[in-house]
Write a protein that binds this ligand. Structure first.
Ligand SMILES: [Fe+2]
Length: 362
């Protein structure tokens, strides 16, 4: 049974405990600057890739924060609001920067600008990050496999995220991670750009493709293996574009109906435990749900960290649960193994809880 809470139920006012931890670590690091070799070793241990590996080995991941659509040139003050959730992990859901260029130097400059934000640096000093791209950080609005500098762009994304070398062996940006024991969590980040066939438009609306692919052959067979061998308690499956909504005229998995069906079939076929889809791109936040071949599959869309769909009035989505958030927002997934609950939450960047659903964690 799914409990839906349509209204804000509380305002988060928790202190950011990790800030003080970070301050202590920073001070300790300063005291070590006399020894160059030790400092280099220490920096390696504190790289994001090392933090992710440590988390996969030792840590439980019970609070996951996520978001998308970030202009590096806009205020980055919202990171301290997200940090109040004390997340164990941050997931970028695309449009990390608005690169929009065929020049790798432009993309790099914009990633560097994001990295130069002291608010972002404070956040990632404490919170390990992973992520996948959408179109604007890929380099071209609504782009797909035809994009000229996709190889260079992938490397720039992985450099920005500080992704471990083992993920660089394949083409494209898809990755998977397994974390935690109570409950165990598998995160699958799907690349919906690098291999995606061309999307056609008519009257500025997308035209469904009968034969085209989003993931491409190799990513599909990788995904099938990832899902078939997984015995994680919870599965987060992310892509920049929305999976479940079918009606709106923008980019979505439903523009490739067979690909959407194939994904849902694959989740049902492998009886994937607690499948939760994650997406961004839309400059709004909403929660959707389908029952597919007996399997309940939910989707949390969170989009608009620095700008949102302020002119939003209405958009049909037969799968939507509860309201649409058209102000700037981020998402949180929270597991409570003691109470046996998974929560999907939409937060405003003012720190107000806007919408939440809860599901039993069996
Ligand atoms: Fe996008």
């Amino acid at each position: 049974m799914i409990t839906v809470l349509d209204k804000p139920v509380y305002r988060c006012a928790s202190l950011r405990i990790r800030y003080s931890t970070s301050l202590l670590i920073s001070t300790a690091l300063l005291l070590l600057t006399a020894c160059r070799s030790e400092r280099t070793h220490d920096a390696t241990n504190h790289s994001n890739a090392a933090k992710i590996d440590r988390l996969a080995k030792d840590g439980d991941v019970q609070v996951i924060a996520l978001g998308s659509c970030n202009r590096a040139s806009e205020s980055q003050d919202y990171w301290s609001t997200i940090a109040q959730q004390d997340p164990d992990l941050w997931i970028w859901l695309g449009d990390i920067i608005y690169g929009d260029s065929e020049n790798p130097e432009v993309l790099k400059r914009k990633y560097d600008r994001q990295l130069s934000s002291s608010q972002y640096q404070d956040f990632i000093a404490d919170v390990p990050i992973i992520g996948i791209w959408d179109d604007h950080d890929y380099g071209v609005n609504n782009g797909g496999k035809e994009f000229k500098i996709k190889v260079e762009s992938r490397d720039l994304l992985f450099d920005f995220l500080d992704v471990a070398d083992r993920h660089r062996a394949e083409e494209g940006a898809y990755q998977s991670y397994t974390f935690g024991r109570k409950p165990s969590l598998k995160v699958i980040l799907l690349d919906a750009r690098y291999f995606r066939d061309v999307v056609r438009y008519r009257d500025r609306k997308t035209v469904p493709s009968k034969r085209g692919t989003i993931l491409g052959k190799e990513q599909w067979s990788w995904l099938d293996k990832e899902l078939s061998k997984s015995n994680a308690d919870i599965h987060l499956i992310a892509s920049g574009i929305q999976f479940l909504p079918e009606e709106h005229p923008y980019e979505k998995w439903a523009n490739f109906p067979k690909e959407r069906e194939k994904l849902l079939d694959m989740i049902a076929k492998h009886d994937v435990s607690h499948p939760i889809l994650l997406s961004g791109d839309r400059h709004l936040a909403e929660i959707s749900r389908v029952l597919h071949r007996g399997k309940t599959i939910v989707e949390l869309t969170s989009s608009g960290l620095t700008h949102s769909y302020t002119s939003y009035k209405h958009e049909p989505n037969a799968h939507r649960m509860g309201p649409v958030m058209s102000d700037k927002n981020f998402g949180v997934i929270r597991t409570d193994p003691q109470d046996g609950i998974i929560s999907l939450e939409i937060w405003g960047i003012d720190g107000e809880l806007y919408h939440k659903i809860q599901m039993p964690l069996e």
